[in-house]
Ligand binder design. Sequence first.
Ligand SMILES: [Zn+2]
Length: 333
Amino acid sequence: MKNDSHQFRNSFAEIYTIIGSSKTLPKNVPNLRTCRFCGKNENDVAFKKIAHACPELLGQNNFVIYDECDLCNEKFSKYESHLSKFFLPYLSVVGVKGKKKIPNFQARKDNDDEKTRTSVKYTDDGKINLFLSSLDDYKVDIENKTMSIRFRNPAIKPIYVYKSLLKIALSFLPKIKIRKYQLLFDWLQNDNTEIVFFSTLFITKLTRKKFGKPSVQLYEANKIFTDKGFHPELTLVVNFANIVAQIYLPLSASFDYPKSNGKSPTLELYPAFHYNMDSEKYENVEPDTPITVNYKFESIDLHSEVNSIRDEVINFTFESGDFNIEKNSSDFL
Ligand SMILES: [Zn+2]
């Protein structure tokens, strides 16, 4: 089940309180390690792998949890590979260093045509090599040093992207809240669990800032019902590369469904645009300069369980480059 109808307002800070972040993660290994996802303890399952609350594909981090078993870790890596493909153009172009290195991007081929394949590769000395096979896929403005590239993303299952984000959220959920939100853990493990969820992913693409390392904030509503609507109990905000991503988590088993009858969900959006406003580059900007043009907002539906393809168009500026337009490829610094 999912719910598509929603309305937008912005009083995020009034409704939501932060309950999870890198600061709230337990720092010590417990005496008996028990998996928060499957409930098994170290007598039954192994805890040999280092489990990250926020996957390192979104950028190197030390957000480690001690209550994710190796079996669950392996299971969730299936979802994470879809999350990785979904955001790869950004991680690659912005240059987010993952576990080992900045990921290379290779596009899907359309109609088995090699010419539709764009790729981004990093050389050992940190230069970007962009291979743009199709002239339709990019526009270069050499004078203004701007470039627009269409990335033909490989096929992914949108629901796995959602579940991967849900897994991040549940990793940051304080232990005392696990029982209340047990249904969300059940659904993460088992596709057949009945749940109500809001499948929209909200993305703000910052143009004036990138995050050196990812950060995660999990928020809980301190007030659910209003006259006309209701607020989903939990929402997750993840910052990485030049992206602020937000989802609403599925409703818990204790959600008051009778009371929500006739009301529609009110999705409070995290005010991500403030990152652009806070940017140092704006220190000398006139107060009345419009800043709204400096970020791009997008919402993407992630409910589908079938493989889907999606193109991502990224606009960026560059310092210098050598262009070999005739060869249909370009290498630049
Ligand atoms: Zn487990």
